[in-house]
Write a protein of this length. Structure first.
Length: 535
């Protein structure tokens, strides 16, 4: 019947050295963690694991009492290792992990005592009340298989946590998982009394001893990080606008960022002033009892480091917060301007529809009635002349009404797309226009409308002011932007500052998040370029 006791009888110095390493590593690191964080049970649990491993070593004692005690707790150390690894970093287990740990303790104690009561582990067993080696071996096999399964379940739980851990502690959790795998392999080999058991036992002890070393390295890394908070203050003052890069370096957390609370909007915003939802892992930075900012970080970042960084941020947060508030106000202004332009576009579309379906249809009907009345007149030429003039006036009014409706909202644009609409505009221009439109699909309606009016207004200016002989229009997508460019060979010198038409175009383009630029040197023609986001 195999044992996983941590040492061997005299003469096996390697196992003895590994045993000392396990004992000292867990006890020392446990005491250190206990001192630094007395509120956490993780340090105390590490100390218990160290002494539990020492007790299991008593199973190799020649003294019957010590042998019995050591054998009784021989597999308890398996549950202890499972417990301490799953309890990182708070020292407590919850949910499925709690169930796994409780079952492991029950198996390692209950079945081990059952094996001993059935007379297992030889003559030195003082708890034997009967001699049933077959039953003892069967129970012991169930014990080893069950504990192996529980260890692998623990590895699975650690694997789930590994993906959500901060990068700085993933390797620590990984060492925990490796230790549980090594223990599971050791138990299975003990069950089948496989060759190489001693070698695997030594490797298991070595791997289990890596966990406190990794933990100690993590503590050192955290201490070095806290020591660099003074440098953080200097960095934050040097980067008063965007504090995120300095926070990422200080916390060693690529997800770190700073959010700002704007009471007037009752909203949290990021560096760019965009509204965001406050994550659960954020640490609030208060002032006069009210939050002014929140430090967003991964939940596994050390609490003491977070508090130190938050204190440093509080010293320099005002300028960054004011900038974020300014950006939020600017975003609100842009959104408001976009809503106004959209409302105007909707209203123009409604007026165009009403004119087309109402006044325009009535004028058409009146023209037809006048023509019918004229056809029935046989007499006075003056009356016929008056009717003809009335029909001409109705036709002129109808043409002007159609032009007005077309100016309010181009129906051809919504019906046939930007390319067809621009062909119509180019055909009606007062100068020859070279049209180059490279579009494969329809664009969002606000983008098409803005591009249409950029071309219309620009060609109108060419006809009225440029004294040009030709113009060109180019429309093409560039990445996630639609580029509209109108140029002419006229006199140039366009007044881009006071021109209401160009200013209106700029407002329309900027409301969509785009840009409008005008080049108009005297005697060098005019070039209007609009870039509209359409991704």
């Amino acid at each position: 019947m195999a044992s996983i006791a941590l040492a061997r009888p005299s003469g096996h110095l390697v196992q003895a050295g590994l045993f000392v390493w396990i004992l000292l590593a867990y006890v020392f690191c446990g005491l250190l963690a206990w001192t630094r964080r007395p509120e956490s049970g993780f340090g105390r649990l590490m100390v218990v694991v160290g002494f539990g491993a020492a007790l299991s070593n008593l199973a190799w004692s020649a003294n019957p009492v010590l042998f019995t005690v050591g054998q009784a707790v021989d597999l308890l150390v398996v549950a202890l290792f499972l417990h301490v690894f799953l309890a990182f970093p708070s020292g407590r287990v919850a949910g499925p992990a709690r169930v796994v740990v409780v079952v492991a303790y029950a198996i390692s104690i209950g079945l081990q005592l059952t094996v001993m009561l059935l007379g297992g582990f030889g003559d030195g067993n003082l708890l034997a009340i009967t001699d049933a080696p077959g039953a003892a071996n069967a129970v012991h096999a169930v014990e080893l298989v069950t504990l192996s399964g529980l260890l692998l379940v623990g590895v699975g739980l650690l694997g789930v946590r590994l993906g959500s851990q901060h990068r700085a502690v993933r390797w620590l959790v990984g060492s925990f998982a490796l230790g549980l795998v090594a223990l599971a392999v050791l138990l299975v080999m003990g069950l089948f009394v496989a060759a190489g058991f001693t070698l695997v036992q030594r490797l298991t002890l070595f791997v289990l001893g890596l966990a406190p070393v990794a933990f100690l390295a993590g503590l050192l890394d955290a201490r070095l990080a806290r020591a660099s908070v003074g440098d953080l203050v200097v960095e934050l003052r040097a980067e008063p606008d965007d504090l995120t890069p300095a926070l990422v370096r200080a916390l060693r957390d690529p997800t770190a960022s700073l959010l700002y609370w704007l009471p007037q909007y009752r909203s949290w915003v990021d560096h760019d002033g965009s509204p965001v939802t406050l994550p659960a892992s954020a640490t609030l930075i208060p002032r006069d009892g009210e939050p002014v900012a929140a430090l967003v970080h991964h939940p596994s970042v050390e609490a003491e480091l977070v508090r130190a960084v938050a204190a440093a941020v509080e010293m320099v947060i005002d300028n960054a917060r004011l900038r974020a508030e300014l950006r939020a106000r600017l975003s609100e202004v842009r959104a408001s301007r976009a809503r106004v332009i959209e409302a105007g576009r909707t209203e123009r579309r409604r007026l165009e529809r009403d004119l087309h379906d109402g006044a325009q249809q009535r004028l058409v009907g009146l023209s037809l009635r006048l023509g019918l009345l004229e056809s029935h007149l046989d007499g006075d030429p003056a009356v016929r002349q008056a009717l003809a003039e009335a029909r001409a006036e109705v036709a002129t009014s109808l043409s002007e009404l159609r032009d007005l409706a077309h100016g309010l909202y181009p129906a051809v644009l919504s019906g046939h797309g930007l390319a067809v609409a621009l062909e119509s505009v180019a055909a009606q221009a007062t100068v020859p226009v070279r049209l180059d439109v490279r579009l494969d699909d329809r664009l969002p309606e606000p983008v098409e409308v803005a591009a249409y009016y950029v071309v219309c207004e620009s060609l109108t200016n060419v006809g009225r002011h440029a004294n040009a002989s030709s113009a060109s229009v180019e429309v093409a997508p560039a990445r996630k932007t639609l580029v509209v460019e109108v140029s002419d060979d006229g006199a140039g010198g366009a007044d881009t500052a006071s021109g209401s038409g160009l200013r209106g175009l700029a407002d329309r383009v900027e409301a969509l998040g785009g840009t409008l630029r005008v080049w108009s040197p005297a005697g060098g023609g005019t070039r209007v370029r609009a870039e509209l986001p359409c991704g």
